[in-house]
Write a protein that binds this ligand. Structure first.
Ligand code: GZL
Length: 330
């Protein structure tokens, strides 16, 4: 139960707004304020009741992210977690969020499948005085100060990193861009970062919705529509692995006839790098459940939290070894 006193305090805090400062990798900056009031989200020292709306199970990244969240938001760690999978449907997420309000949870956490369409439900959550922790994806909303804190990747930086590799290693490439779920923060920002560097080399774009099957279908069509393609920039490994299937079905060699630059660095993506079917993979780290758990505890206890926490990430090329891939946690 989230005490009324804390909710009125939270509403007051929310009304003042909080300056946004993008944190350095893994770092933090002064930003959002939690629920205020007594320690322990339940208000009576009990478990922190968290309603979590996960967008789906579309990719290896999402599976690893869900595992990390569930491994840290445990009863032993002081949480009472209600975790709902939305099968990549925004309407399912909105229903889950409204259910969490009706259940009067202490904290709501969610990873929005797309950036827009959340105004009404975010206002309802704010009116209910329940703090929101935004996870992974981002929102674009008219609601003022809609969440206390966000934890996730800098998607634009990921796109820029991929573009910089292409600029340095495939300056004459004719690029097909295999995009994630259209309108998702990951798709919008990766496209922006990548295109700012090598957009003039992009001959065509299409979405594979972050799934392997749709990545294969989109690539089959792209090879027909853009036969001049020599490189595919895929917004995640799963679609890139689908692209490998399409390229091989067309009698071409992935990684050679058509190079592949990807994002995520899940084990299957890194294996494709070892197998020389991918050429470069930008890491997008899903395993931040420990950091998320600490953030939620602080929010529930009314402690100050950074408005933004950017998880630490690297990138891999074909110098990666099989031993390094085998040692990866996901
Ligand atoms: C990125 C995450 C993206 C992954 C995809 O943080 O939102 O969604 O890159 C996943 O694999 O579908």
């Amino acid at each position: 139960m989230f005490h009324a006193s804390r909710r009125s305090f939270l509403s007051a805090v929310a009304a003042t707004g909080v300056a946004l400062t993008l944190a350095a990798c893994g770092g933090s900056a002064e930003g959002g304020t939690g629920s205020g009031g007594d320690a322990g989200g339940s208000g009576d020292g009990g478990a922190i009741r968290v309603g979590y709306s996960q967008l789906g199970a579309e990719s290896g990244w999402r599976t690893a992210n869900t595992e990390s969240v569930k491994a840290n938001l445990t009863a032993e760690n002081g949480f009472d977690l209600t975790f709902v999978d939305a099968q990549q449907k925004q309407e399912n997420q909105i229903k889950a969020l409204r259910d969490f309000v009706a259940q009067d949870v202490d904290v709501i956490a969610f990873s929005p499948v797309v950036e827009t369409g959340w105004d009404d439900v975010l206002q309802e959550i704010k009116d209910a005085g329940i703090p929101v922790v935004l996870v992974d994806r981002t929102v674009d909303t008219t609601v003022e100060d809609p969440y206390v804190t966000h934890i996730g990747s800098d998607f634009k930086a990921e796109g820029t990193k991929a573009g910089e590799w292409v600029k340095a290693n495939a300056a004459d490439a004719k690029i097909f861009e295999l995009q994630g779920t259209l309108g998702s923060g990951a798709q919008v920002d990766r496209e922006e970062g990548f295109d700012a560097v090598v957009g003039s080399q992009v001959v065509g774009k299409a979405s594979g919705n972050f799934t392997r099957a749709e990545g294969r279908t989109a690539t089959e069509a792209a090879l027909q529509a853009y036969p001049e393609t020599t490189l595919i920039f895929t917004h995640n490994d799963d679609m890139g692995l689908g692209a490998v299937e399409a390229i091989e079905a067309a009698g071409k060699t992935p990684g050679t006839d058509i190079q592949i630059v990807s994002v995520d660095a899940v084990r299957d993506g890194l294996q494709a790098l070892v197998d020389k079917k991918f050429n470069y993979v930008v890491e997008c780290n899903p395993a931040f459940g420990d950091q998320l758990a600490e953030l939620i505890k602080k929010v529930a206890a009314g402690e100050d939290v950074p408005k933004e926490t950017v998880v630490e990430e690297t990138a891999f090329d074909q110098t990666i070894t099989q031993a390094e891939v085998d040692a990866r946690p996901y």
